[in-house]
Design a protein around this ligand. Structure first.
Ligand SMILES: [Zn+2]
Length: 55
């Protein structure tokens, strides 16, 4: 399972609605809207601290 960096949902790599590559890493998204948000400001989601919404 991969984690959607936008909404923090767990996403199955094989069933991801969308994927995006950024700095050589592949990110998986539950929906295309999450990918769109990520593509606009990838740094915002990557640099986010874990503390905010941990499981
Ligand atoms: Zn999502």
């Amino acid at each position: 399972m991969a984690k959607d960096p936008v909404c923090k949902m767990n996403v199955d790599e094989k069933r991801a609605a969308a994927t995006s590559e950024y700095k050589g890493k592949t990110y998986y998204f539950c929906a295309k809207v999450c990918k769109d948000k990520f593509d606009k400001e990838p740094e915002k989601f990557i640099n986010k601290k874990k503390s905010e919404r941990s499981l």
